[in-house]
Design a protein. Structure first.
Length: 297
């Protein structure tokens, strides 16, 4: 029952548990037990197919069963909850004249029996993955909230104890375990924009480059070009602007230009980034504990 409810309805695991009077961990164990048996148990597959045929719109049972088996064979530990919003459930089937239709990406109604089985399988797997991804995203958001609350409480305690806030001028902070093997870092990054003074700086720089045409280094000209060329969103290249500030040039007009660049800088906001590290011994280098999906694995 749990397996069919999980795969044929948008109900979450806790909701399924409430309906049958069990907690969600029991539901998870039941579903995983069925998924583990499906690939090798023909009688079980037949029973599941028979029940699903009676409950599911025509044409999707084979894809449903194959999707359940494939998902079990290719993944070992899905999250414990799944999203029950519209994007994660089966596509809306529409009955017209006794025939079932599905809406495609262009809004056209396509007879379900004309949709390839592999297309239906792909649709189901994508919806299932997106459901888990949305739940994971929400879980990460809750995790970050708990992290910042706990660290904030710790900072408040230390401030009360010592009369001074923890961290540097920007608010960067580092926390370590007693044995030196775990570390949490909070880094604050500013969002920088530029005011009208930047155009004054650009005019002064152009004068310098024109007069230096014969002697100026081509790499300086390249940096200036990249700095003031706008991208597709009309934004200047901030990294190259900051590179200009690091150039050590004695010309008075260049120095005035750099002063204009600094005056043009506006801090429009900031964001805190939390990073996690671990190591086996206090003398080892740190390894990042990543929560970035692109870097996980």
């Amino acid at each position: 029952m749990c397996f069919l409810a999980r795969h044929l309805t948008p109900a979450s695991l806790p909701e399924i548990g409430r309906r049958i009077g069990r907690d969600h961990s029991t539901v998870i164990n039941n579903i995983r037990a069925i998924e583990a048996r499906l690939p090798a148990d023909a009688a079980l597959r037949a029973a599941v197919t028979s029940i699903a045929t009676a409950l599911r719109p025509r044409g999707g049972v084979r894809a449903f069963l194959k999707g359940a088996i494939d998902m079990n064979e290719t993944t070992t530990d899905w999250p414990e909850t799944a999203s029950n919003d519209d994007a994660a459930v089966a596509p809306q089937a529409i009955e017209v004249g006794g025939r079932t239709f599905l809406e495609d990406a262009k809004g056209n109604l396509v007879p379900q029996d004309l949709v390839k089985p592999q297309t239906l399988l792909e649709d189901e797997i994508v919806r299932k993955i997106i459901g888990f991804a949305r739940d994971l995203s929400a879980q990460i958001a809750r995790f970050r909230g708990h992290v910042m609350t706990d660290l904030g409480d710790l900072d408040a305690l230390l401030t009360q104890e010592y009369g001074a806030p923890r961290g540097g001028p920007k608010g960067n902070r580092t926390y370590q375990s007693f044995d030196g093997r775990l570390k949490v870092q909070v880094q604050v990054s500013d969002f920088v924009d530029f005011g009208p003074e930047l155009q004054v700086a650009k005019s002064l720089i152009d004068v310098c480059l024109t007069e230096w045409a014969a002697t100026s280094r081509p790499e300086i000209q390249a940096i200036v070009t990249r700095a003031f060329n706008t991208d597709k969103e009309g934004q200047i290249n901030r990294a190259e602007i900051f590179m200009l500030l690091r150039l050590d040039i004695e010309d008075a007009r260049w120095r005035r230009a750099m002063e204009a660049v600094r005056d043009a800088m506006r801090i429009t906001g900031s964001k805190e980034y939390v990073r996690f590290y671990e190591r086996d011994r206090p003398t080892d280098g740190w390894r990042a504990v990543t929560v970035d999906l692109a870097k996980a694995g």
